[in-house]
Ligand binder design. Structure first.
Ligand SMILES: NC(=O)c1ccc[n+]([C@@H]2O[C@H](COP(=O)([O-])OP(=O)(O)OC[C@H]3O[C@@H](n4cnc5c(N)ncnc54)[C@H](OP(=O)(O)O)[C@@H]3O)[C@@H](O)[C@H]2O)c1
Length: 245
């Protein structure tokens, strides 16, 4: 993969992906909200071996800017071999349950912004008849839980969207990977108590890049989450609704 676009590039998982790609001398274009942090990351990635690193600011909820910012990335990279979408936000579920505005804000960040970006990237890559899109969703999208269903519904929407997009882009030689991490130790989860099922952002980055290389469809990251989620999905609703999840 030579030319790589990373959206949500200041996330811990995205930074681990970028570092691994830099070590393979990729050319990177980074999009995230905080340009000062992107400038620091650029220096680090160049030292690690990136062929070139460019960046631009993007708040993903500013949908009207998506087209222009992707054009800027394309002008700089020439073409995109791999696009990684990694931004996200863990909502205050209790607030979202009571106030639709709060839920809408989370759907905009975690689902609709991604779908807008996927529409543009899908059009570009299908016209070029080449490329790969990897999106970080979540195991939370596999089943709605009382403590987390706005986040889960947003991630689940993206996963369903990716299934259809994958089929649409397949005849055009474009591959789509849905990366579903379990618990990852990042700033997003800094307030949560950690346990044996937790992974590092580097482990998730490895799973993502391996999934891209092997042209996998759905990557549970790490892989043991595939089994855990198969069990979780198999629990009947009559029992599931009684569980303190
Ligand atoms: N950590 C986990 O346990 C876990 C589990 C499953 C899936 N995931 C997913 O993994 C991905 C990466 O998250 P992470 O764990 O690496 O957490 P993180 O380090 O907190 O990264 C989240 C990133 O999303 C960015 N973001 C939020 N709202 C944005 C907006 N409106 N516009 C642009 N960027 C925005 C944040 O930008 P700023 O830096 O500007 O705040 C931040 O860099 C997310 O999609 C997350 O849902 C995480």
């Amino acid at each position: 993969m030579k030319n790589i676009l990373i959206i949500g590039a200041n996330s811990a998982i995205a930074k681990a992906v970028a570092r691994a790609c830099a070590e393979e001398h990729a050319r990177l274009f980074l999009l995230a909200r905080d340009s000062a942090l992107l400038a620091v990351q650029k220096q680090d990635l160049e030292i690690r071996g990136a062929a070139a690193v460019d960046y631009a600011p993007l708040d993903v909820t500013h949908f009207s800017l998506h087209e222009a910012v992707l054009e800027q990335a394309l002008d700089t990279l020439g073409s995109i071999d791999l696009a990684v979408i990694c931004h996200g936000s863990l909502p205050d579920q209790a607030r979202c349950a009571e106030h639709f505005d709060a839920a809408l804000e989370q759907f905009n960040i975690n689902a609709l912004s991604t779908i807008s970006l996927l529409t543009l990237l899908g059009n570009h890559m299908s016209a070029r008849k080449q490329g790969c899109i990897a999106v970080v969703t979540s195991v939370a999208g596999d089943r709605g839980r009382p403590s987390n269903y706005v986040y889960g519904a947003a991630k689940g929407m993206v996963s369903q969207y990716l299934q259809g997009l994958r089929g649409r882009l397949f005849p055009h030689g474009v591959h789509v990977v849905d990366v579903r991490p379990g618990f990852v130790d990042t700033p997003m989860t800094a307030h949560l108590r950690k346990g044996p099922l937790w992974s590092s952002p580097e482990r998730i980055a490895q799973c993502l890049l391996e999934g891209v290389r092997q042209r996998r469809h759905t990557v549970y990251a790490p892989g043991y989450w595939r089994l855990i989620m198969a069990v979780v999905r198999a629990i009947p609703d009559a029992l599931f609704k009684r569980l303190p999840l």
